[in-house]
Design a protein around this ligand. Structure first.
Ligand code: NAD
Length: 279
C-alpha cells in the first residue's frame, strides 16, 4: 500500500483499506534511510506492523517496503509526506490510523542538518531545520495522542541527539531544535504519565548514515580541513571510545523502550554516544 502527500504534490494514490490486526503498529518518521530504517526493521523483525515515512518517491522505497513485509511477515506501508509542514504530519498519522486502525508506537526520527557559522546561516535553513527536527514531533504527537489515550498504552520515542545535551559550533539550528525536542519530550511525558504512555528522547552520538556523510564536506569547508581530519579530529574526537555508534545500537534501545520492562522510563534523555556527554 503506497500513500503519498507532500506540499508540492496532491495525493497521488490513497488506499484506505484497514488491515485489522492484533499486532502493534509503529510509525517511524524518516524511515526510508539511516537510523529510522534500522528502527523500522527492528520493529518488523519483532512482529510489529510498520509505517515507513520519508520524502522519497514511493518507487524508490518500494524495494525496502516489500523486503520488510516479506522477510518478517508483517504489514508495512510507506507514506510519502513532507513533515516540515503541519498538514504533512497530520496526513502521516491519519494514513497510519486508516491503514492499521491503531498507533502503538510513534518514533519521531526525521531530521536534517546544516553546518555554518551563525552569521552566514541561511534563514531558510534555520526555518527548515526547526520545522522538521522540532515542530514535526509536536504535530505528529498532537495527532497520535488521542488514539494512544483511547488504547491506554503508547510509546513516543524522539530521536534527539547528543546535541540535545551539548552544543557544537556551526550547528545553531540543529542544536537549538534538538534541545527543544528534549524540552518537548519532558513536557509531554508529564502530561500523559497517568495514561500508560511513555515519552523519551534517545540522544545518539555520531552514527554513520547519509546525514553524517553529507556534513563531512560542509564541515571541512567551514573549518578549512580535509574530510579525514573532520572524521578523526572533529567527529570521533567527540567520542571517548573513538567509534561510531551503530544504527543497530540505537534500534535496540528503541525496541527496549517499547517493552513492558521500560514502563517506568519516561521523560528521560538516554545518551548512546560512546561517552561524549560524560565530558
Ligand atoms: P538520514 O539522512 O539517513 O535520513 C533522514 C530521513 O528523514 C529520510 O528518511 C528522509 O526521507 C527523511 N526526511 C528528510 N526530509 C524530510 C522532510 N522534509 N519530511 C519528512 N521526512 C524527511 O538521517 P539519519 O542520520 O538516519 O538521522 C535520523 C535522525 O537521527 C535525525 O533526527 C538526526 O538528527 C538524528 N541523529 C543522527 C545522528 C547521526 O550521526 N546520523 C546522530 C544523532 C542524531
Amino acid at each position: 500500500m503506497l500513500i503519498a502527500y507532500t506540499t508540492r504534490l496532491e495525493f497521488d494514490e490513497l488506499d484506505t483499506k484497514t488491515v485489522m490486526s492484533d499486532r502493534k503498529a509503529a510509525v517511524v518518521t524518516g524511515s526510508s534511510s539511516g537510523i529510522g530504517l534500522g528502527i523500522a526493521e527492528s520493529f518488523a523483525s519483532n512482529g510489529m506492523n510498520v509505517v515507513l515515512s520519508g520524502i522519497e518517491d514511493a518507487s524508490e522505497v518500494e524495494p525496502i517496503r516489500a523486503r520488510l513485509e516479506t522477510q518478517y511477515s508483517v504489514s508495512v506501508i510507506y507514506v510519502r509526506s513532507d513533515l516540515t509542514v503541519a498538514a504533512g504530519a497530520r496526513h502521516l498519522i491519519k494514513a497510519a490510523q486508516d491503514a492499521f486502525g491503531r498507533i502503538d508506537v510513534l518514533v519521531n526520527n526525521a531530521g536534517i542538518q546544516h553546518v555554518s557559522p551563525v552569521e552566514d546561516f541561511p534563514d531558510e535553513k534555520w526555518e527548515l531545520i526547526l520545522s522538521l527536527n522540532l515542530s514535526a514531533a509536536f504535530y505528529t504527537c498532537k495527532a497520535a495522542l488521542p488514539m494512544m489515550k483511547q488504547q491506554g498504552w503508547g510509546r513516543v520515542i524522539n530521536i534527539a541527539s547528543a546535541h540535545a545535551l551539548v552544543a557544537s559550533p556551526m550547528k545553531a539550528a540543529y542544536v537549538a531544535a534538538k534541545h527543544g525536542v528534549l524540552g518537548f519530550t519532558k513536557t509531554l511525558a508529564l502530561e500523559v504519565a497517568e495514561q500508560g504512555i511513555t515519552v523519551n528522547a534517545i540522544c545518539p552520538g555520531y552514527v554513520w548514515t547519509p546525514l553524517v556523510e553529507k556534513q563531512i564536506p560542509e564541515t571541512a569547508a567551514a573549518r578549512g580541513m580535509t574530510s579525514d581530519q573532520v572524521i578523526n579530529d572533529v567527529i570521533l574526537s567527540s567520542h571517548p571510545n573513538k567509534a561510531f555508534v551503530t544504527i543497530e545500537q540505537v534500534a535496540a534501545l528503541t525496541q527496549f523502550l517499547c517493552s513492558d520492562s521500560a514502563e517506568s522510563i519516561t521523560g528521560s534523555a538516554l545518551p548512546v554516544d560512546g561517552g561524549w556527554t560524560a565530558h
